[in-house]
Design a protein around this ligand. Structure first.
Ligand code: HSE
Length: 306
């Protein structure tokens, strides 16, 4: 195989209670990338559409991840990379994670699947390091594995795939402001009382159990974040209004997607998810804030060949 064209999904990280530990992949949104082997070693990024990101391989998430894998595998070829971004960095939808995990997946195809998904996640985490200064796994693991994932442990990395109800839908609204993950991480408290920690890990357990057993009420009760959301919500215009409108109109719960500014809501079927989209939409329309909105299934697949 000399060339591969791939799709890498957008992802929602944290899923309210699972800060840095949970994420899921979206079916309706993601980047496309084309990777072509070259005789000369090294990485050449020949095309970027849809985002203002660096062409220099050592400053570009895809370039860095590709080089790491080529070096690790002692590959005898270089790469030409074309990137078609469908959603921008700073959205909270895992834009850098899509680049990083899409690259790891694609280069692995060109290496005849040398690496496992957990190894690909580790490479992709280095892309997150370039993008935001922290090697976080929640977005990249979701984009590689698909579905819901739990990062049970960072060192050694342990990714657990969580089944979820097939009817589950997500609505995401992306106000057109940029929040840098690096900045949003600074407002998350580094120390929390044990009482808060207990409430948080109990919700993570509840969410995972609810996803496993298709228990929508339990999923709904568990979508609560006591750690990041109370601090970060002030960075997002009308967050409380959007969240309560979504829940009032049937969403199981709503919260900040990754580090924001996107807001996600989970719903038990498509009709509810579309109703939730309408009300989220009307909040920002009324407030005069530009936005994009997506209604999507949870993607069972991660990055894939197209
Ligand atoms: N878990 C990370 C955070 C995701 O919330 O900072 C960043 O995309």
């Amino acid at each position: 195989m000399n060339q591969v064209k791939i799709f890498a999904p957008a992802t929602v990280a944290n899923v309210s209670c699972g800060y840095d530990a949970m994420g899921f992949a979206l079916q309706a949104l993601g980047d496309e990338m084309v990777f072509t082997k070259t005789e000369s070693k090294g990485i050449n990024i020949s095309k970027i559409e849809g985002a203002d990101i660096p062409f220099e391989a050592d400053k570009n998430v895809a370039g860095v991840v590709a080089q790491l894998i080529l070096t690790d595998s002692n590959a005898n070829f270089g790469l030409d990379i074309k990137i078609y971004k469908k959603f921008i960095p700073g959205s909270g939808l895992g834009s850098s994670a899509a680049s990083a995990s899409g690259t790891a997946f694609a280069v692995n195809q060109l290496l005849d699947n040398k690496y496992s998904n957990v190894e690909l996640t580790k490479f992709a985490m280095q892309g997150e390091m370039v993008a935001c200064g922290s090697a976080i796994a929640d977005n990249v693991a979701a984009a590689i594995y698909g579905g819901f994932i739990l990062v049970r442990n960072y060192e050694p990395l342990d990714i657990v795939e969580i089944p979820s109800p097939s009817e589950l839908m997500v609505t995401v609204i992306h106000p057109q402001i940029e929040i840098k993950t690096e900045d949003a991480r600074k407002v998350v408290p580094q120390n929390i009382p044990v009482k808060t920690a207990v409430a948080q890990w109990a919700n993570v357990g509840g969410l995972i159990s609810g996803l496993h057993t298709n228990d929508f009420d339990l999923i709904s009760r568990s979508l609560v974040d006591y750690i990041a959301e109370p601090q970060r919500k002030h960075l997002i215009p009308y967050f409380d209004v959007v969240k309560s409108a979504a829940i009032k109109n049937g969403a199981l719960g709503a919260g900040i997607s990754g580090s924001g500014p996107s807001i996600f809501a989970l719903s038990k079927n498509k009709d509810v998810a579309e109703k939730v989209a309408e009300v989220m939409d009307s909040v920002y329309k009324y407030a005069g804030i530009a936005y994009n909105i997506y209604v999507s299934k949870i993607s069972a697949e991660g990055a894939k060949i197209i």
